[in-house]
Every structure is written in C-alpha cells, then in structure tokens.
Design a protein around this ligand. Sequence first.
Ligand code: FAD
Length: 317
Amino acid sequence: MSVLIYIDQAEGQIKKSSFEAASYGARLAEQTSTQAEAVVVGNSSADLSMLGKYGIKKVHHVNNEMLNHFDAQTYTRVIGQVTEACQATVVVLSNNVNGKAIAPGLSARLKAGLVAGAVSLPDTSNGFVVKKGVFSGKAFANVNVLSPIKIIGLTPNAFSPVAGEGTAEVVAFNASIDAPRVKHLATNKVQGQIPLSEAELVISGGRGLKGSENWGMIEELAGLIGAATACSRAVADAHWRPHHEHVGQTGGSIAPNLYFAVGISGAIQHLAGVNRSKVIVVINKDPEAPFFKAADYGIVGDAFEVMPKVIDAVKKL
Ligand code: FAD
C-alpha cells in the first residue's frame, strides 16, 4: 500500500508544483504509516532519485517515446496502471493544468473520490477529511472522502516543498500503451518569459492602463526585478495581452511572493486567482477600488504618474 504522487514535468524538467505534491504526499504517507511512491511519465532530464529528498521512497518511471508529449487520456491510463500495480490508496497530483486534465478520468477509472483544490493535509483522525477552496477561494469546504481509493488535486503554492536528505529507488515501469488519439504537431513556446505558475514576483496590469501600447512600464518594472507579467481578463479579452497572462477564476491561479497590480479593479473573479499571493501591492486611482481591501500596500494614484516613480526608485536600489 502506498501514497502515489504524479510528478508533472515540462520539457523533461520537474515542475515546482510537483515538488509540492511530492512533499505533501510524503507527509501524508508518514501520517498514515504508508510509503510515498511517485510516477514519472515520459522522458526526463532530471535525476529522479533526488525525489528521495522530498520523502519519496520509490519512483516508477514510465518511459516510452509515445509519452514524450502530454496527452491527458494516455497519461491517465498509464497513471491508473501504476496506481493499481502499487496498490496505492491515495493518488496526489498538483491541481495545475495537467493535473486538472488527468484527475477526473483517473477518478472514473479507479472509482476514486476526487478532491480538486486541496489546501492542506487531510485529517485522518476520523475518516479522510480534506479541506478545499470553494466559491473562488471565498470559503473552504471540508470533504470526507469515503471511497477506498482517494485522489487529491493539491492547489499549487498551498503547500511548501520540504527538501531534506534521501535518495529514491528508480524503477522502470512497463505500461501497456495504446497509440495516442492525439498527434503532437508542434510546440509554440513563449520566448524569454518566466512562466507565471513558477514566478515568485508578478507585475500585472488591468484596463486602467488604457491600451497595449502602455505595457512598456509593466515590462520595464518586471525586467528590473525579474518578475513575470500578468493581466486581468478584460485586458486579455481586449487582445492587449495574450490569454496565457490572464489570471483569475477563468485564467491562471498563482500565489507568488509579490503580486503587483496596476490599474486593476480587483473583481472577485480576478481575486480568485491571486488572493493567495504573499504580498499584494495595488496602484489604482479610485480609492474605492475593491482591490484595496485585499491589498497589503495600496497607492491611490494615476498609474501613469506613479509607475515611472516606482521604476526610478527600483533603478536606484
Ligand atoms: P476594470 O474593471 O475596467 O477596472 C480598471 C481599474 O483601473 C478601475 O478600478 C479603475 O479605477 C482603475 N484605473 C483606471 N485608470 C487608472 C489609472 N490611470 N491609474 C490607475 N488606475 C486606474 N476577470 C479577471 O481578471 N480574471 C478572471 O479570471 C475573470 N473571470 C471571470 C469569470 C466570469 C464568469 C465573469 C463574469 C467575469 C470574469 N472576470 C475575470 C471579469 C471581472 O469580473 C472583471 O470584469 C475584470 O477583472 C475587470 O478587469 P480590470 O480590473 O482590468 O478592468
């Protein structure tokens, strides 16, 4: 019996959210006196034995050229086979884009209860109660999972990875793989940008910036402090910025150390994707803007006057 953690990768590199899932799964295994094992699908440039540092005892590596590009259906079948083979009673994966695509199919295949968006370790003292965010992060629900196998989709950035000592045993797993129904044609990468989901610092702009031509100051500040750039949905809908930058209920969900919001009103749907940021700084010319209620620091002022001053101050640091 074990807790199985799915280690999500991008271009053969383990994602930060997978280290969080690994640490979370290892703590849960400790709590339930079981073993933490992991599954890696597709080729990997990482030394998988180092997952031992996060408490993983064994890594099942399913390596096959048909698995080198993410395909939710094929990955779900493979992870299902590994779950059955190691008789895992809990599967942990990050509730990121890939995790959200895998978890429902896995839940159906394993007849397992799924808690998507878990924010803390389950309470196993009386059942298996998992706390998850609901209503766009406005409230929490405690869900008791009754099925023999349970799946947990861990909210990215909700659990800090803890690295210690240790080496995991890495074993090859031969899965039966049908030819994928989806053919990978090409990967179009966004050049030179820090991926939003991994960024510690994020500078974000809203409709208050009036147009795409005014994004120079957002990009300049982001470049100076090594931040990723983001935007509100209104901005992406207006085609001022690409949709992959849009954060919120229908966009990316992030929890950086700093979220710097310029000319964004702070609608509930926007806050749903950013309200787990450690520090929120807001610049808005309307003192009544709802974002100020969620902000740690707020500047009431015109972004076109305030931002150049912020940029100058940062340059002097
Ligand atoms: P606005 O609401 O137009 O706000 C602009 C702000 O800029 C105002 O507060 C204004 O005071 C300020 N401002 C104006 N000029 C200046 C200036 N010169 N200097 C400083 N401040 C200035 N939105 C998201 O962002 N993400 C989502 O995922 C999302 N999902 C949604 C899902 C649903 C189902 C629905 C119905 C809506 C969703 N929305 C989402 C839209 C959301 O409700 C808001 O409409 C949107 O966030 C507004 O974007 P904004 O704050 O950039 O624009």
